[in-house]
Design a protein. Structure first.
Length: 184
């Protein structure tokens, strides 16, 4: 990891920490505060994951559902958002219906560590280094070979990504990392 990438990840981690202090995470059990992913970054994450109409995209910690909704609306995929905050789950479903993709999307109030993600062909997440590291074994055991995973800003433990893209968003540079699940 080069110096710029370390700096980008540190800034993103500090942003998540500050957002948590400012009241974004007030749901019991929530380890990562809700921080909106800019629309431009959402689209780049879905392009990096090579999402197609045949895909089922799961967004872990789906927040307001924007990534799931974009996967359905612009890529024709089916999508599932996993989120602990019941207000965000309800808001996501409402936004999906308004966007005309309510039939191709689902939003579940669940713990990402307990949710069954085995039908996913693509997984997206904007969590934290610690949460990502804890998810690695779940991702590798529940996802079929060939499933793609894109993480916004943070690695998945020591699992080396096959590709890292530096993407200029509206306020800063974002690091997007891609993994493809290998045959067991």
């Amino acid at each position: 990891m080069d110096r710029l990438e370390r700096l980008i990840r540190l800034c993103a981690a500090l942003g998540l920490l500050v957002a948590g202090w400012m009241g974004c995470a007030r749901v019991p059990g929530v380890e990562v505060p809700y921080v909106q992913t800019p629309s431009e970054v959402v689209m780049e994450m879905l392009r990096l994951a090579r999402v197609t109409p045949e895909d089922v995209v799961y967004d872990l910690g789906s927040g307001d559902g924007r990534l799931v909704i974009a996967a359905a609306r612009y890529f024709g995929a089916r999508g599932v958002g996993i989120e602990l905050d019941p207000a965000l789950v309800a808001e996501s479903a409402k936004i999906a219906r308004r966007a005309g993709v309510g039939e191709r999307t689902r939003f579940l109030q669940q713990d990402i560590f307990e949710a069954d993600i085995s039908e996913a062909t693509g997984v997206t997440m904007y969590l934290s280094p610690g949460v990502n590291a804890r998810l690695r074994s779940k991702l590798q055991s529940q996802l079929e070979p060939g499933a793609r995973i894109v993480s916004h800003d943070f690695p998945i433990g020591d699992w080396a990504p096959e590709r890292v893209v530096q993407f200029k968003g509206p306020d800063r540079i974002h690091a997007l990392s891609l993994w493809t699940v290998s045959p067991r």
